[in-house]
Design a protein around this ligand. Structure first.
Ligand code: SAH
Ligand code: SF4
Length: 349
């Protein structure tokens, strides 16, 4: 086990870390598997209810550990069903996650940090600044809270995207462990194709994510020249488009099927056919598919939404030239829950 891990809150631990911790306190690895199932599959957080654990072990856990998850704050439901949940953390700060029920599936968009340090010009979250990283239990805790909330009206959450607040690759350790718990069949059991992590382009961390986790990857490209991209995403000064392309090309072929380029269309800025041509070339070179997102307007950014005609033409051009390209629906705009709109309720206390 990585000894740097804090073992106090059992909800921060993957199965292998829980096993190592249990062994270190004189318990058996299979006791860890039992506890793990209580926590993640039976939704039990009271050690006394974990009836198959030896009494002495239960006592030790009660004395030395917590089973702490965040709590549910304010809930807002959009007219389209999209529901924004405020998730209140132990220290009184809060993040948001967004539940998107659809006929075929239920998607949950979760956050990885309180605020964000990247400062993209079009993103509402950027205006909050950065406060801190989320822990494993705070990341997966969003899924726990949202699952309970969704169960009755919509059923199981089968798809998770880490596209809420924060830059996941700046919190890689916790993100990798959280994804492990989401996908582990002994825990939440989501298929690897059902979990996607989105990055604004922390190029040097991409190989590490790919190596350490089976998740899908989305890269927020958002522009096709460095000049354009630097203007809207200051992170491009650190890692430019060529560096991103290079890292994506290193991803083993089978994994590249689950690599997406996210492209926020800003009216009059990056929505021309010249952009479409350059995007086509980047998609071809990386083997990635494209998700087009219409800019969601908000008071902190003075960009315009693209003309619908441009959006459709842009998409058609990519598809006609053999690159998979989808138009992401902007849901939950009325409750500030659509892409790039999170962050209203950053503090509750
Ligand atoms: N920080 C990560 C993940 C969260 S942002 C990242 O940037 O990838 C999720 C997506 O929303 C990104 O693709 C981002 O480019 C997009 N986005 C941000 N602000 C937006 C806005 N106002 N309208 C539409 N999409 C936006
Ligand atoms: Fe951060 Fe992503 Fe928003 Fe950029 S788009 S400021 S990386 S949350």
């Amino acid at each position: 086990m990585n000894m740097a891990r804090n073992t106090e809150n059992l909800l921060d631990l993957r199965l292998s870390d829980l096993e190592a911790y249990f062994v270190s306190i004189g318990a058996k690895p299979f006791n860890a598997r039992q506890a793990y199932k209580w926590i993640w599959q039976k939704d039990v957080l009271d050690v006394d209810e974990m009836t198959d654990l030896p009494k002495t072990l239960r006592q030790t856990l009660k004395e030395n550990n917590t089973l702490q998850e965040p709590s549910l704050g304010e809930i807002q439901r959009s007219k389209d069903g999209t529901t924004k949940l405020q998730v209140v953390l132990q220290d009184g700060q809060a993040v948001e996650c967004v539940l998107i029920p659809e006929s075929q599936r239920n998607t949950l968009c979760i956050s990885s940090q309180v605020g964000c340090a990247v400062g993209c010009r079009f993103c509402y979250t950027a205006g909050m600044g950065f406060s801190r990283n989320l822990t494993v239990s705070e990341i997966v805790g969003q899924y726990r809270l949202a699952s309970r909330y969704a169960a009755e009206p919509w059923g199981r959450i089968d798809n998770v995207v880490m596209m809420g607040m924060g830059e996941p690759l700046y919190n890689l350790e916790a993100v990798v462990d959280a994804c492990d718990i989401l996908m582990d069949t002994n825990a939440l059991g989501l298929g690897a194709r059902k979990v996607t992590v989105s990055t604004s382009g922390v190029a040097p961390k991409i190989p590490e994510l790919i190596e350490r986790s089976r998740v899908g990857l989305a890269v927020s490209l958002n522009a096709t020249t460095d000049e354009q991209r630097t203007k809207i995403m200051p992170i491009n000064r650190k890692w430019n488009i060529a560096q991103l392309v290079e890292q994506l090309q290193k991803i083993p072929k089978p994994r590249r099927k689950r690599v997406f380029l996210e492209y926020v269309m800003l009216g009059g800025i990056n929505d021309t056919m010249a952009d479409a041509k350059r995007l086509l070339s980047i998609a071809r070179r990386t083997g990635a598919k494209v998700n087009l997102i219409r800019f969601n307007p908000h008071p902190k950014a003075d960009f315009l939404s693209p003309e619908e005609e441009n959006v459709l033409q842009f998409q058609k051009f990519l598809v006609d030239n053999g690159v998979g390209a989808w138009l992401r629906k902007s849901r939950g705009q009325d409750i500030h829950a659509a892409c790039g709109m999170l962050g209203k309720a950053d503090k509750v206390r």
